[in-house]
Every structure is written in C-alpha cells, then in structure tokens.
Design a protein around this ligand. Structure first.
Ligand code: HEC
Length: 122
C-alpha cells in the first residue's frame, strides 16, 4: 500500500491543527466575552444576568437564585452548541420575551468562539 504514508501525514497535520484551533477559539471567546461581562460573571455570581458557570448543557432559565423572565423560565431549550449559537445571534428570536438586553452577534466565528469559551466555564 504505497499510498499510506502520504495520506496519513496530512490527516495527522489536520488533527493537530484542529486541536490547536479549538484551544484558540476558547481564548478568543474569552476576549469576546468582554461584551457580555457587564451583565454576566463567568462564575457563579449573578449580576444583571445570571452567572454562566456550568451553563453549557444546562436547561435554559434553570440557575438557582436568579430571577429570569417568564419567557426564559418557560423555555424548553437546553444550552448546547446549536441553541447557544442561535440565542447569541438573535436572543429575542430564540426566546421571545427574554429580558436579555443584547441585540445579538452577527459574526458566526465570534459566536463559535463564545460558545467554546462558555464550555470551559465548569
Ligand atoms: C445587558 C445585559 C446582558 C448582556 C450584555 C448579555 N446578557 Fe446574557 N443574559 C442577560 C439576562 C438578564 C439574562 C436572563 C434573560 C431572561 O431571563 O430572559 C441572560 C441570559 C443569558 C443566557 C441564558 C442563561 C441561563 O441560565 O439560561 C446565556 C447563555 C447568556 N445570557 C449569554 C450571554 C453572552 C454569551 C453574552 C455576550 C455575547 C450575553 N449573554 C450578553 C443579560 C445580558
């Protein structure tokens, strides 16, 4: 099988690049999070918005102690890659009646970075 080395090496390079890009995304997301930090702590403390520690994988509107809008409380969503991306793009379209006063982020790469960052808040 003369082809093997020539196909395996690019694949390995791709995997290494992908791993590197992933780490970078979370770091870039941490920078982009500055636009969220006026309302959100990356920890457990509630400010204008709920603390976002552990938000990835959690049901929407489910953090103990934070007073959500009725809309967010009732939302059947759970926060994963897809729902977070959609919510950050257009909060009021995804949770009509949400009290999150944020117009949305049109930059798909930045939203992906933000979601990668939110995943690190465990
Ligand atoms: C002006 C304040 C404000 C800004 C800026 C803001 N948020 Fe929010 N956010 C809120 C409030 C308030 C809620 C609760 C909304 C509700 O109850 O309807 C919320 C809810 C959320 C939720 C759902 C939390 C849960 O427990 O279900 C996520 C995720 C979130 N925000 C992420 C972000 C990210 C990421 C940014 C930055 C791109 C951001 N927010 C910017 C105020 C803000």
């Amino acid at each position: 099988m003369p082809n093997r080395p020539s196909t395996a090496l690019p694949l390995l390079a791709f995997l290494l690049a992908a791993a590197g890009a992933h780490a970078q995304d979370a770091a870039a997301g941490g920078m982009a999070f500055q636009q969220c930090a006026e309302c959100h702590s990356p920890g457990n403390t509630d400010n204008a918005g709920p603390g976002l520690q552990g938000v990835f994988g959690r049901k929407a509107g489910a953090k103990d102690g934070f007073t959500y809008s009725p809309a967010m409380k009732k939302s059947p969503l759970a926060w994963d890659d897809k729902t977070l991306d959609a919510f950050l793009k257009d909060p009021r379209a995804v949770v009509p009646g949400t009290s999150m006063a944020y117009g949305g982020d049109d930059d798909a790469k930045e939203r992906a970075d933000l979601v990668a960052y939110l995943k690190t808040l465990k």
